[in-house]
Structure formats: structure tokens, C-alpha cells
Design a protein around this ligand. Structure first.
Ligand SMILES: C[S@@+](CC[C@H](N)C(=O)[O-])C[C@H]1O[C@@H](n2cnc3c(N)ncnc32)[C@H](O)[C@@H]1O
Length: 299
């Protein structure tokens, strides 16, 4: 984990008197944002775990899904990009991804070309979004020192209310158009804690995002990182999002514990769940985590 990222998290917890509450194993393990208390538990106890997952898939030290790593490095190499972070919460996933790019730039492993990232963070928890803004604010000077300039916009929006999300998305595309940004990276990190029943009411919004990003004048990548989930429903849903992003005809409907998907197109392979150890800097010990990742593009 990049040290500045760890320091930013530690400082934030200390400033709020929360560092003593750090106990990932004892945390309630909720989805994260329904109340300010849940958002607090998440930023204290889940932030680093989510960050470690993103760090692991974007560095891919064992070359297990090099296509995913290459897609992220390629998208964040230079220029202007708009990141749409769905169910962004405290931003652990996106902040960790940008921190990795910064670390690689500072180590001279990748070129340091100007990179302007406009982040639209969408969540129904104002408390979680405030955590996002506060932690990113601490890291901004470090990111800027490696040529990464960030603009963060927070959107308090319920993904289960299609009209709410549609209006938000319109605003995001308008904002991007105003800055002549046509490259988009849609990030979803750690929403499967809501389980299939919790994610299902968000599907219309996820598809609307995929349809908007499928636009022929937009170059769009979708990155989806989860801890280990029951694979079948997750892959079927991700398949449907991918086909929507690529404008490929298909039928998708709920079926028992999963979804049924019919298409003439070859579908995604069930991604392998990977396990890895990471060093928990606040506990000073090794922790075990699991991750599943998918990435796809509109063209
Ligand atoms: C486990 S957190 C993930 C946070 C972050 N993406 C990460 O990388 O760790 C899940 C987030 O989903 C948000 N969420 C759950 N249901 C939602 C909904 N209907 N609309 C918008 N956000 C929702 C919660 O508020 C919470 O912040």
C-alpha cells in the first residue's frame, strides 16, 4: 500500500478520534452507507481492505489478469479522463487506483505525463461521500506532484431510483462535454456486500450508465472489483452490463438465485476469485483478502 495513502487514512482517523476503533475483524461488515454510523464503520474498518483489493488487481503482481491491469494503466496514462464511481462510498477503490498510478510514476516505472482526472462520486450516503472528499483532499498534493490533477464532484443519489440517477448522469455527461472529455472509466468497487437482493434494484441504473457510456463518441472502460461473491449472479449481471456497453442485443431477466441471459455473443468467463495477503499497516500484521475483477470496454 503506498505510504501516503496509509498516512492519509491514519491521519483522518486520528483527527476524528477513530483510530482506536480500528478492528477490521470485529466490524459489523455491513454494506456501508445506510446510516452515518455505517459509513463511519466502513471508513474506519473497510477502507484499507477495499484499497488493498484495488491495489492488487491494478498491479497484478502474479500476472493473473494482465488485461485488467493493462486497461487501467492505459486509461490513466495521460490526458483527460472522467471517472464515474458508482456507489463510491468513501472512495477506497478509486483513491487506491490513483495512488497506485502515482506510486508507479514516482518510481519511474511508467511515464509522468499530465493526467487530469475528473471524478464523479455517486452514493446515497452523504457521510460516506464526505469521507471520500476528506481523504482525497489529503492526497491531492502528493498526486499533483506526479502530474495527477484531480477534480472531485460528489453526487448524493440513490441508484435504486432511476429518475434520480438519470438526472445525475445527464449532468455528468454535460460536465464532461463542457471540458471536451470523451474518455470515461466507470468504477464499481465493493457493492456485492448488498448481495443479489440489494444489487438487483440498482440494475436499471447500472444499465443506464452502460448505455450512456456505449455512445459511439465516447471511449469507455468499465472496471468492477468485488470481494469473493457467489459467482453465477455476478457474472450474469456483468455480462449483461458488458453487452449493453458494447450495444449487443441480449435478453436478461431474473431467474431463481441468479439471472437468465440469452445472446448470440460469447459471454464472459466466470472470473477466478483470487486470494492474496497484504500488510495491514495499522495492525502491523498480514491480512488475507479475496478479489474478483472484471474489466471491459465499449469498443
Ligand atoms: C461497501 S461500500 C463501497 C465503497 C467503495 N466503492 C469502495 O471502494 O470501498 C458500498 C457503498 O454502496 C452505497 N450504496 C448502497 N446502496 C446504494 C444505493 N441504493 N444508491 C447509492 N449508493 C448505495 C453505500 O452507501 C456504500 O457507500
Amino acid at each position: 500500500m503506498p505510504e501516503p495513502l496509509v498516512d492519509a487514512h491514519r491521519d483522518y482517523l486520528m483527527e476524528n478520534g477513530w483510530l482506536g476503533k480500528y478492528d477490521p475483524a470485529g466490524s459489523a461488515g455491513t454494506i456501508g452507507g445506510a446510516s452515518a454510523e455505517e459509513a463511519c464503520d466502513h471508513v474506519v474498518n473497510r477502507f484499507l481492505n477495499s484499497a488493498a483489493r484495488m491495489q492488487y488487481v491494478c498491479s497484478d503482481p502474479k500476472d493473473e489478469q494482465a488485461d485488467v491491469r493493462d486497461a487501467v494503466l492505459d486509461q490513466l496514462a495521460e490526458g483527460r479522463i472522467h471517472v464515474i464511481d458508482l456507489a463510491a462510498g468513501n472512495g477506497a477503490g478509486t483513491i487506491s487506483m490513483l495512488s497506485l498510478i502515482c506510486e508507479l510514476r514516482r518510481a519511474g516505472s511508467i511515464p509522468t505525463l499530465p493526467l487530469n482526472v475528473s471524478i464523479s462520486a455517486i452514493d446515497f450516503s452523504p457521510a460516506a461521500l464526505n469521507h471520500f472528499a476528506a481523504i482525497l483532499h489529503k492526497l491531492s498534493p502528493w498526486l499533483a506532484s506526479a502530474g495527477i490533477v484531480i477534480e472531485l464532484n460528489l453526487f448524493n443519489c440513490d441508484l435504486t431510483i432511476l429518475g434520480d440517477f438519470s438526472e445525475t448522469l445527464d449532468g455528468i455527461f454535460e460536465h464532461a462535454r463542457g471540458r471536451d472529455v470523451r474518455r470515461f472509466l466507470c468504477v464499481i468497487s465493493a457493492i456485492s456486500g448488498a448481495k443479489k437482493e440489494g444489487v438487483e434494484p440498482m440494475i436499471d441504473s447500472l444499465k443506464l450508465a452502460a448505455a450512456g457510456l456505449s455512445h459511439s463518441k465516447r471511449s469507455s472502460t468499465w472496471l468492477w472489483v468485488e470481494p469473493h461473491v457467489g459467482k453465477s449472479w455476478f457474472t450474469a449481471l456483468a455480462d449483461s452490463i458488458q453487452l449493453t456497453l458494447k450495444k449487443i442485443k441480449h435478453r436478461f431477466s431474473p431467474k431463481g438465485d441468479s439471472f437468465s441471459l440469452t445472446t448470440d455473443n460469447p459471454m464472459l468467463k466466470d472470473p477466478e476469485a483470487r486470494s492474496f495477503h497484504w500488510s495491514d499497516p495499522h495492525m502491523g500484521m498480514s491480512a488475507l483478502s479475496h478479489v474478483i475483477v472484471l474489466a471491459f470496454k465499449n469498443r
